[in-house]
Design a protein around this ligand. Structure first.
Ligand code: PEP
Length: 237
């Protein structure tokens, strides 16, 4: 059963997040969906949501601290208030726009691993690396595992080529298959694909060998579309 995840990024308010989660939860409850569904809203929209067990709310980011003086950040204490136990780490927007280094990312990973969080760990190459061919792509991707315990039991990986995120350009099925199988050969963890996945292509993508689900940004922000994405994959193994 594919794992289907929605990354809200900097979208939705407290009010619209609540409406989204209620609609999604009702759908999951009424249609007995077995997919593992993850939603990463903004941290200002966290709340004590009532959700079915297949739906988990996660954090897009948090600092590696219980609490303290880290202006603008949230830590474990703020996540625990809402029983959040899932976190996205290494997203390309945090690596490339917000300048998180591999060292910062590895520290964050270690901290939330120690807390037993489910970690969705993102990896992926920018366009200039893609243009250098498969060998360089894999070299770049495996460097993103420096300092990362790949044997952590609560780890999900997401391969997200940077040039495919939010651009409407998806990697070809052939490229996805090649890269996913190369990653899986070394790391035997659930591996999602992300990068312009949408209602129309999610089923095909989730049927590629070694693709265990999808991490979706833009096309998941309307709850009706996200529900359709789940509908389109619910019978897949
Ligand atoms: C993402 O942000 O993880 C993502 C895959 O975005 P999009 O679906 O918009 O490409």
């Amino acid at each position: 059963m594919p794992i289907i995840a929605s990354n809200f990024k900097t979208n939705h308010t407290r009010k619209t997040t609540k409406e989204y989660i209620e609609k999604l939860n009702n759908y999951l409850k009424n249609s007995s969906i077995k997919n593992e569904v993850l939603v990463f809203p903004t941290s200002t929209s966290f709340d004590s949501f009532y959700t079915v067990s297949s739906l988990e709310i996660g954090a897009q980011n948090a600092y590696c601290t219980n609490n303290g003086s880290f202006t603008g950040e949230i830590g474990l204490e703020q996540l625990e208030e809402f029983n959040i136990k899932t976190i996205l780490i290494g997203h390309s927007e945090r690596r490339h726009i917000l300048s998180e280094s591999q060292e910062d990312i590895a520290k964050k990973y270690e901290f939330y691993k120690q807390q037993g969080f489910k970690i969705v760990y993102c990896i992926g190459e920018p366009l200039e690396v893609k243009n250098q061919g498969l060998e360089k792509i894999l070299e770049y991707i495996f460097e993103q595992f420096i300092g990362i315990d790949i044997n952590y039991s609560n780890l999900i990986l997401a391969y997200e080529p940077v040039w495919a995120i939010g651009t409407g350009v998806t990697a070809t099925n052939e490229d996805i298959e090649k890269i996913h199988s190369a990653i899986k050969e070394k790391i035997s963890k659930p591996l999602l694909y992300g990068g312009s996945v949408k209602v129309e292509n999610v089923r095909d993508i989730c049927q590629i060998a070694n693709v265990d689900g999808a991490l979706i940004g833009t096309a998941s922000w309307k709850v009706e579309d996200f529900i359709q994405i789940i509908e389109n994959t619910k019978d897949l193994k």
